[in-house]
Design a protein around this ligand. Structure first.
Ligand code: BGC
Length: 783
C-alpha cells in the first residue's frame, strides 16, 4: 500500500515550494476526489483514447499506449498517483497486438473455446478454467480488466454474436457467466460482464430500440445479469449499444442506479460499450461511470454540464469514486511485476482438455463413433482444413497456433485418404490466395470472407468411397459482431454443401461405409433436411486453437463428447418465435428503396420509422427458445439441453426434500453403457394451475456428473430456493410465488424428463421491485 508522499517541486530560481500531494490509496479516495480539478474529474470518467487520435488530445496530456493493441485505458493523473487501468477484449482470447515495434518476439495469447461451447459444457468448472486462462494472460501482459464474459440472451439463432454468448435460457447464461467471471477474477484482474442489457441483434446496433415488456425484462433479459451480480459481484459491467424502451442503456439511471445497484447490490464500475451512448453528461448522471474509449468532446460536455448546473458535482464525484475504486484494485496500482510470458503451453493443454465437454453429439447411429484408429478417413469440406477457431478476428491465426482437423487427425495417427486431402489442400491454397488482398483491406469483422466450398467434389466421391473406410464431412459457419446472419447464406446449407453431403452419402452408403458430419458452427443451422444422409453429427461450435486435436480426441473416443445444447435447433427458421428478427433487412431495403447503410455503423439519434431496425418489438415476450417450443408443442430438430455421449445413462430414485427456503432435489445416475463419460442432470419446474400464462417448463438447476466409468453410478443433488419458482407479475410490479402445486422434473434434456415430483407451495411470497424501465407511454409490445 502506498503512503502519503510529499513531493518537492524546485524552480530554477531555487525557490522551493513544498506541495503535499496525496498519492491514491484505497484508504484516501475521498481525499483524492477533493484534490481533483473539474477537468481532471471529467478526464477520469472518460477513457484515454488511443494516443494517435487527435480528438483525444486533452490539455492534461495523453495516456501512453501501455499495452499495444488493447481496447482501452483510463486516464492517469500522475501528481496524485492515479495510474491508468488497462482493458482488453475477451472472451475468445485476450486481444492485443502480437507485434511490437523494434521487437522480434511475438505477444501471443491463447485462443480459447467460444462462449457457446463453454455454455454447452453445462459444467461450471469449464467457464471457471477458461476464465482463469484469460485472467492469467491478462495479468501477465499488464492488463487489469478483461472485457468478458458476454452473456446476452440468444433471442434468435441468426444473431451475429451468439457464438460469444451462452444461451437462450437466463439461468444457464447467468450461472456460466458467474463461473467465468470468478475464473477471471481469481487472477486478481477484473471481469467486465457485457452487454447490459437486451443486446440481441447487431443490425443497427448503435441505435436500435429494444422494446420489451417488464416481465420479459425481469424473467429473461435482466435475469442472467442479476444472477451474475449476485453470485460473482464482478468488478465491472459494460452497458450495451442499444436503447431499451426508449432510453439508451448507458443513459438510464433507473437501470444502472436503481435496478443494478440498489436492487441487486452491484458494487463495481459501469463502463459504456466502445462508442456507445449519445450524451456524456446523461451517461454520468445515469451512473455509467466510465465512457470508453473516450473523446475530448465528452470531457468538454461533462465539464460544461457541471459548470451550467445541469449535472451535479455529486453525480460526477460518484462516478469518479468508482473509477478510483477500480484503479486501486488494478495490477498497475499494486505494482505487480507482470512477466509478459504467460504459460501458453499449459493453457493450450487446458483448452484441449475442456473442449470436448462442450462438443454436442446430436446423432450416433449404430455407434459409428468413436472412429477406430485403423480406419482410413476421407475428410471432406474445405472447413476441415481451415477450421474456424473463434470469431472473424481469428480467420487467420493470430495466436501462433492453429490445429486444423486434418492435422489433428494426423497427430492422432489416423490415416487420411490422400487424394481427398490433396484436392482440398490445393483448393484452400487458391482460396487463401484469392482472399488475402481482401483480408488486408478489411481485417475486422470479415466473417463473410471465408474460403468457399469446393464446387465439383461430386466427381471424386466414388473413388474416395472405394479407397477410404469412412467419410468425415465438415461444415463451417462463422459470424461476427456488427452483423447478423442471413437465412440463406448462414442458416441454410448452400448448394455446394448440399451436393457434397448428397454425393458423399450416396457413394459411401452404397458401399456400406459410414458418414460423419462435424459442424464447426457459431450458432444453430438448419439440420432437419439433411440429417438422415449422415450417420453421426458432432457439433463442435468454434472450439479454440486446439480445435483439430480436441475434435480428433472426441472422434476417436479418447474422451467422450459430453456437451448439451444451450439453444434449441429448430426444424426450420419459420418455427423460431422471434420472427421479426431483421434477417431480411437487405431485401427490405431494396424493396422499399431506403438506404440502410446507416443501420450497420453510424450513430444516429433515435428513429422510430423502420420496424425491427430502428426499433424491435419483442413480440414473443417471455417465450424465447424452448419456452416457446415446449409450451406450444412445436417440433424441434434437437431440443434445448440435448446431447448424447458414447455411453448410455439411466436416472432413478428421485427425492425432493424441503430444506431452508427451498428444496433439495436428488437422483441417482448410472452409466449403463460400455465407456466412461459424463452426463448432465437438468431440473425443470412447471406451475400446474398458474393464474398467469407461464411456460410449460423452465430450467431451475443443472449439474454435470464426474466422469463415470461403465457401470458406475453417482447421486446428483441440486438445491433450489422456493423463490426460484417465482414469476414476475406486471400488475403488482413484483416477483410473486403463488400458492399451489408445482412439478419438479429431472432429465438429460428439456424434452425427456422421466422423473417428476409434485411440491406444494402453501405460503405466497411477494417481492415488490421498482417500476423502472417501463416504456414511457405504457405501450405493450407483445403480439
Ligand atoms: C464490442 C464490445 C467490446 C468493445 C471493445 C465493442 O464494439 O461491442 O464487446 O468489448 O468493442 O473492443
Amino acid at each position: 500500500m502506498k503512503k502519503l508522499l510529499f513531493c518537492c517541486v524546485a524552480t530554477t530560481l531555487s525557490i522551493s515550494i513544498v506541495v503535499a500531494q496525496p498519492q491514491l490509496t484505497s484508504k484516501n479516495i475521498d481525499k483524492a476526489i477533493k484534490e481533483l480539478t473539474l477537468e481532471e474529474k471529467a478526464h477520469l470518467v472518460v477513457g484515454a483514447r488511443l494516443q494517435d487520435n487527435k480528438e483525444a488530445a486533452g490539455e492534461i496530456g495523453y495516456t501512453k499506449l501501455l499495452v499495444p493493441g488493447v481496447a482501452g485505458t483510463t486516464y492517469p493523473i500522475e501528481r496524485l498517483g492515479i495510474s491508468p487501468v488497462v482493458m482488453a477484449d475477451g472472451p475468445s482470447r485476450i486481444i492485443l497486438s502480437s507485434r511490437r515495434k523494434g521487437e522480434d518476439r511475438r505477444y501471443f495469447t491463447t485462443n480459447v473455446p467460444s462462449g457457446i461451447l463453454v455454455a454447452s459444457s453445462w459444467n461450471n468448472e469449464v467457464p471457471y478454467k477458461i476464465g482463469e486462462i484469460l485472467g492469467n494472460e491478462a495479468r501477465e501482459y499488464g492488463i487489469d480488466v478483461v472485457l468478458a464474459p458476454g452473456v446476452n440472451m440468444m433471442r434468435n439463432p441468426l444473431c451475429g454474436r451468439n457464438y460469444e454468448y451462452y444461451s437462450e435460457d437466463p439461468l444457464l447464461a447467468g450461472r456460466i457467466g458467474a463461473a467465468f467471471t470468478n475464473g477471471i477474477e481469481s487472477q486478481n484482474v477484473g471481469a467486465c460482464v457485457k452487454h447490459f442489457a437486451v443486446n440481441n441483434q447487431e443490425i443497427n446496433r448503435l441505435n436500435n430500440d429494444a422494446r420489451v415488456s417488464q416481465r420479459a425484462l425481469r424473467e429473461i433479459y435482466l435475469k442472467n445479469f442479476e444472477i451474475i451480480v449476485k453470485e460473482a459481484q464482478p468488478w465491472t459491467i459494460m452497458t450495451s449499444y442499444n436503447f431499451i424502451n426508449g432510453r439508451h442503456s448507458s443513459e438510464d439511471r433507473g437501470l444502472l442506479e436503481t435496478i443494478l445497484r440498489k436492487e441487486w447490490g452491484f458494487e463495481g464500475l459501469v463502463v459504456s460499450d466502445w462508442g456507445g451512448g449519445f450524451d456524456a453528461a446523461k451517461q454520468i448522471y445515469a451512473g455509467n461511470d466510465l465512457i470508453e474509449p473516450g473523446k475530448y468532446s465528452e470531457v468538454r460536455r461533462i465539464m460544461s454540464a457541471v459548470e451550467s448546473g445541469e449535472l451535479a458535482m455529486a453525480d460526477l464525484d460518484r462516478c469518479v469514486r468508482r473509477v478510483l475504486e477500480l484503479v486501486v484494485k488494478s495490477i498497475r496500482h499494486r505494482d505487480y511485476k507482470f512477466s509478459n510470458n504467460p504459460d501458453l503451453d499449459k493453457h493450450a493443454q487446458t483448452t484441449r482438455e475442456v473442449e470436448p465437454e462442450g462438443f454436442v453429439l446430436l446423432k450416433n447411429e449404430q455407434n459409428v463413433l468413436p472412429l477406430k484408429s485403423e480406419q482410413k478417413v476421407a475428410l471432406f469440406g474445405t472447413n476441415g482444413y481451415n477450421l474456424i477457431l473463434s470469431n472473424s478476428v481469428s480467420l487467420r491465426s493470430l495466436n501462433g497456433r492453429t490445429v486444423n482437423l486434418n492435422e489433428g487427425l494426423a497427430n492422432a495417427g489416423v490415416a487420411l485418404h490422400e487424394e481427398t486431402s490433396n484436392i482440398y489442400t490445393k483448393h484452400l491454397a487458391s482460396e487463401i490466395k484469392r482472399l488475402t488482398p481482401i483480408w488486408k483491406l478489411r481485417r475486422w469483422c470479415s466473417y463473410d470472407l471465408r474460403p468457399l466450398e469446393l464446387k465439383d467434389i461430386r466427381n471424386h466421391t466414388a473413388q474416395a468411397a472405394e479407397e477410404a473406410d469412412i467419410a468425415v464431412i465438415t461444415i463451417g459457419r462463422n459470424s461476427s459482431e456488427a452483423f447478423d446472419r442471413h437465412i440463406e447464406r448462414d442458416f441454410l446449407l448452400n448448394m455446394h454443401e448440399q451436393a457434397m453431403i448428397a454425393a458423399v452419402s450416396r457413394d459411401f452408403h452404397s458401399r456400406g461405409k459410414k458418414v460423419i458430419a462435424v459442424l464447426n458452427i457459431c450458432s444453430p443451422i438448419e439440420i432437419a433436411s439433411w440429417r438422415d444422409k449422415v450417420d453421426a453429427i458432432l457439433v463442435t461450435w468454434l472450439p479454440g486453437q486446439e480445435a483439430g486435436n480436441s475434435i480428433a480426441d472426441a472422434l476417436l473416443g479418447k474422451v467422450s463428447p459430453s456437451g448439451h445444447l444451450p439453444i434449441s435447433f429448430p426444424m426450420r427458421y419459420a418455427d423460431v418465435p422471434s420472427q421479426n428478427f431483421p434477417h431480411n433487412m437487405v431485401e427490405w431495403g431494396a424493396e422499399s428503396g431506403k438506404n440502410l447503410s446507416r443501420a450497420f455503423t453510424q450513430k444516429q439519434p433515435l428513429y422510430y420509422d423502420i420496424p425491427n431496425i430502428d426499433y424491435t418489438n419483442y413480440e414473443e415476450d417471455i417465450y424465447i427458445g424452448y419456452r416457446h417450443y415446449a409450451t406450444r408443442k412445436v417440433e424441434v430438430a434437437y431440443p434445448f439441453g440435448y446431447g448424447l455421449t458414447y455411453s448410455q445413462f439411466e436416472m432413478g430414485n428421485m427425492k425432493v426434500a424441503e430444506c431452508k427456503d427451498g428444496y433439495k432435489v436428488s437422483c441417482e445416475v448410472k452409466n449403463i453403457g460400455k465407456v466412461a463419460a459424463k452426463q448432465v442432470v437438468q431440473l425443470y419446474s412447471s406451475e400446474l394451475a398458474p393464474e398467469v400464462d407461464r411456460p410449460a417448463i423452465e430450467l431451475r438447476g443443472y449439474k454435470k456428473t464426474p466422469l463415470l466409468q461403465a457401470g458406475e453410478s453417482t447421486v446428483v443433488e441440486i438445491v433450489i430456493k422456493k423463490e426460484d419458482l417465482m414469476t414476475y407479475n406486471e400488475k403488482a410490479n413484483a416477483w410473486k410465488l403463488t400458492k399451489g402445486d408445482y412439478e419438479l422434473s429431472l432429465g438429460f434434456d428439456s424434452q425427456t424428463l422421466p422423473l417428476k415430483q409434485k411440491v406444494t407451495i402453501s405460503k405466497e411470497i411477494v417481492r415488490p421491485v421498482s417500476t423502472e424501465m417501463k416504456p414511457a407511454n405504457g405501450e405493450v409490445f407483445i403480439k
